[in-house]
Design a binder for this molecule. Structure first.
Ligand code: GLY
Length: 380
C-alpha cells in the first residue's frame, strides 16, 4: 500500500502544514471577509478586486478562489468563520452573475468552487441555482460545428487549455439535472483539447485559434508563456489537473493518459529546476522566473493521479507532488502573522506581474495539503 505508507511517513509535515494554514487563514478569514483578493500590496496585505482604485471589479476571473479556499478550510476544521467569509464572497459575486455579458469560459473558477461547493457541502438551494446558471452559460459557449468551448468574449474561435478546469461544472450539472448534454459538451471539448492542446512530447499549447465553421486549428498563439511554441507552466498545470478531473468524472481512459503525459513533461521540467516551477519550460534561463501557482495546481493533479493509478505507478506521481510542495514551502511560503498571503512567487504571465502572491496559489497549495491530509471533498 504505497500511497498510505508514504502519507504516513510524511504525516508530521502534513500535520504541520494543516496547522499553519489554519493558524494564518483563520485570522485572515475575518480580516479579509469583505474583500475579493487577487494579490497583495507591498506589505503583504490583500488587495480587493472590488476596489475601483485597482481598476478591477467583481468580474475578475479569480474572484471565486478566496471563498473557495474558505470552503476548503471550513470542510477541514468546521470553523464557522470560514463559512461566513465563503458566504460573503458568494454574495459579492452576485454582481458578476447580474451582468450576463461578463460571463465567459471561467465560470467554473468563479462559481463551481464557491456556490457549487456551498451546495455540495450545505445543500443551499440558492447556491445550486447560481452554479446551474453558470453551467448553462458555459454550455452555451459550445461551437457545434467546430466542436469546442469558446474562450473569452472577443474572437469567437479561440480555445485555451485553462478551460479544462471549468469542465467539472458541466459534469456536475449533468449529474444533478440528469441532462447529459452538459457532459457531452464537456467531453467534446476535452477530446478536442487532447488533440490540439497537448503536443506529442506532453508539452502544452496555451491558445489555439480555430476556424469557427469546421473547427480546424488555424494557428497557435503565445498567450501567457514566453513565445509561440513555448510551454507556459501554468498552462501545463491546467492540463495535468484538468484531464485527471475529466477522467474522474467520466472514466474515459484517454483523459487519464493525457494527464499523465502532461505530468511527465511538467515533472521533468521541475525536477531539473530544483523542483521549483519556472514560468515557462521553454524560455531562456535568464531572467530567472518562477510561477509557484503552476506547482500548486500540478501537485493537486499529481495527487489525484497517484490515488487512481495502479500500485506500481503511484510512487512517481506522489513523490513528485511532495517534492514540489516541500521545495515551494521552503523557498516561497510566508507564515508570518503580519501578512495575508501564504504562497509567494506567483507570476501572472511571462514578464507581467512577476513573483507576487496570487490568490489561487494559496487556494491550490491548501487544496493539495488538505488532499494529503485525507480530505475526501473534491471541490471540482
Ligand atoms: N486562466 C488564466 C490564468 O491561468 O492566468
Amino acid at each position: 500500500m504505497f500511497y498510505e505508507n508514504y502519507i504516513a511517513e510524511n504525516k508530521a509535515w502534513i500535520d504541520e502544514m494543516v496547522a499553519k494554514l489554519d493558524k494564518k487563514l483563520s485570522r485572515v478569514a475575518v480580516e479579509s471577509r469583505d474583500k475579493l483578493p487577487y494579490t497583495t500590496d507591498a506589505n503583504g496585505k490583500h488587495d480587493n478586486c472590488l476596489d475601483p482604485a485597482t481598476g478591477k471589479n467583481v468580474t475578475w476571473w479569480t474572484n471565486g478562489f478566496w471563498g473557495g479556499l474558505m470552503w476548503l478550510m471550513y470542510e477541514k476544521t468546521g470553523n464557522e468563520e470560514y463559512k461566513k467569509t465563503a458566504e460573503r464572497s458568494e454574495e459579492l459575486l452576485d454582481g458578476y452573475l447580474a451582468n450576463f455579458q461578463s460571463l465567459d469560459h471561467d465560470s467554473g473558477f468563479m462559481e463551481h468552487i464557491l456556490a457549487g461547493a456551498n451546495y455540495r457541502l450545505t445543500g443551499n438551494e440558492k447556491s445550486k441555482n447560481r452554479n446551474l446558471y453558470c453551467a448553462a452559460a458555459l454550455a452555451s459557449r459550445y461551437n457545434l460545428s467546430g466542436g469546442f468551448i469558446r474562450a473569452w468574449n472577443w474572437e469567437a474561435g479561440l480555445t485555451i487549455i485553462d478551460t479544462m478546469m471549468n469542465l467539472p461544472q458541466l459534469y456536475w450539472a449533468s449529474s444533478i439535472t440528469g441532462d447529459t448534454r452538459f457532459k457531452k459538451i464537456a467531453m467534446a471539448h476535452a477530446d478536442m483539447a487532447m488533440v490540439e492542446h497537448i503536443r506529442p512530447d506532453g508539452s502544452v499549447v496555451h491558445i489555439c485559434s480555430h476556424d469557427i465553421e469546421d473547427g480546424h486549428v488555424i494557428e497557435t498563439r503565445q498567450g501567457q508563456g514566453y513565445a509561440v511554441g513555448s510551454t507556459w507552466s501554468r498552462g501545463a498545470s491546467w492540463a495535468v489537473y484538468g484531464f485527471v478531473l475529466s477522467y474522474l468524472h467520466t472514466g474515459k481512459q484517454e483523459y487519464l493518459e493525457a494527464s499523465k503525459k502532461a505530468a511527465h513533461y511538467f515533472i521533468t521540467g521541475c525536477a531539473t529546476n530544483g523542483w521549483l516551477p519556472p514560468v515557462d519550460f521553454r524560455a531562456p534561463e535568464e531572467p530567472v522566473c518562477y510561477d509557484s501557482t503552476a506547482g500548486a495546481i500540478t501537485a493537486c493533479g499529481l495527487i489525484e493521479l497517484a490515488k487512481v493509478l495502479p500500485e506500481y505507478e503511484k510512487p512517481m506521481y506522489l513523490k513528485a507532488a511532495f517534492e514540489i510542495l516541500k521545495a515551494m514551502e521552503k523557498e516561497f511560503c510566508n507564515w508570518e502573522d503580519s501578512t495575508d498571503y501564504i504562497l509567494g512567487m506567483g507570476t501572472e504571465a511571462y514578464g507581467r506581474k512577476v513573483h507576487v502572491p496570487i490568490i489561487y496559489g494559496d487556494y491550490f497549495f491548501a487544496e493539495a495539503i488538505l488532499k494529503l491530509a485525507g480530505s475526501e471533498f473534491n471541490p471540482w
